[in-house]
Design a protein around this ligand. Sequence first.
Ligand code: PLP
Ligand SMILES: N[C@@H](CCOP(=O)(O)O)C(=O)O
Length: 459
Amino acid sequence: MHYISTRGQAPVLTFGEAMMTGLARDGGLYLPETIPQMGAAEIAALAGQSYEEIAFRVMRPFMGDLFTEDEFRELIAKAYAGFGHAARAPLVQLAPNHFLLELFHGPTLAFKDFAMQLIGQMMQAALAKTGERITIVGATSGDTGSAAIEAFKGLSNVDVFILFPHGRVSEVQRRQMTTPSDSNVHALALDGDFDDCQARVKDMFNDFAFRDGVRLAGVNSINWARVLAQVVYYFSSAVSLGAPHRKVSFTVPTGNFGDIFAGYIAKRMGLPIDRLVIATNQNDILDRALRSGDYATDGVKPSISPSMDIQVSSNFERALFEAYGRDGRAVAQLMAELKEGRFHISQGALEVLRSHYDSGRCSEAETRATIASELAASGELLCPHGAVGVKVAQDHLGAMPMITLATAHPAKFPDAVEGATGIRPGLPPRMADLFDRPERVTRVPNDLAALQALVRDRI
Ligand SMILES: Cc1ncc(COP(=O)(O)O)c(C=O)c1O
Ligand SMILES: N[C@@H](CCOP(=O)(O)O)C(=O)O
């Protein structure tokens, strides 16, 4: 299995190399050269299997010979052992044709744990084979950072630096990143928004002297392994509703486009998915782009679903690569135009995108109203991101079962949930002292040279 860059100019890599490389050296994102297929019989055989077994069968064909089958099974088992629900990703019914996929039972209470716990295991195993030491630098709007810190804290051969936008994550998210006492964890509050954080991380990757000097690695969804691990729960949930004999649709609260792109990969592998619905908050650039063909940034607006406060949606590049017939030169041109704030999607590419994806937007008022109405209707207490998904899904319900992804636990956003319902969701007992633990954080400017100096100094 070979991996190629969306911009067509970077070395072709193996799975293991792509996982440890992060951003491609031409600035693009890695994707498998061909997408492995699962036939109807193989998909049907997933029914009744454990989440871990489904993960093994879905991911294995992408991985080449990085691990033996036994090694990979063991890594999967370790990755999901700490989840607080036996099903790992349970499905609950909201309405006759509407289901919620709860992805918040992992250690940091967000869907990021599904991929981060596993790549934490895989990267450690790969490093143990080579004896290397790496520096992870990640950008977060709140959830990737805490999941990465949880997965890599305390390791002697990894430093983990997380850039988050100062004042723009929830207090629970911030404390999850700033309270671990391990010396290899570095929480950095950047003066800027998430797009600035992500841009500085990509700048570090594009500075080869820095990148090679610190042995930079990425755990954002830049990293293909992150996306791959998220493909699994599309299979587990669809199969539990009757796939491959019954088609399903998914609605995905979307920001950086990694999660919904994992759904696209599941579909390309053969899972019978009808529609993939992009749900955005008031940062609705993806909804506008799909409707008009113009991808035009207009500044990040802080919202009550802060993890989706994103304008430069990293994995949309992977979707464009697919929509442009895997033409790396065309994608590189669009990404060059994006540096000026906008690009136009060709009619042909737009039609390909629309053949897979629908989209919708949820305002702040609608988010609050949905948290309240869903609690009254089904008893489910949604986080604001899940509420964005549920509202947009309700606008797209049809004859086909719809699965909405609940991407975070409501206790990560207690103010927003309490404001909508009067109920303040509590953290699980293992996190009960989160507000008593001392915080450790460095305020940093939105300045590449200063950030690079800090990283060099700390490792
Ligand atoms: C809770 C939550 N919901 C939704 C999203 C959006 O997911 P993606 O960036 O993969 O589109 C994020 C951030 O990634 C998130 O943390
Ligand atoms: N919403 C994310 C933003 C980063 O996304 P990623 O999937 O590329 O890591 C967050 O919570 O940090």
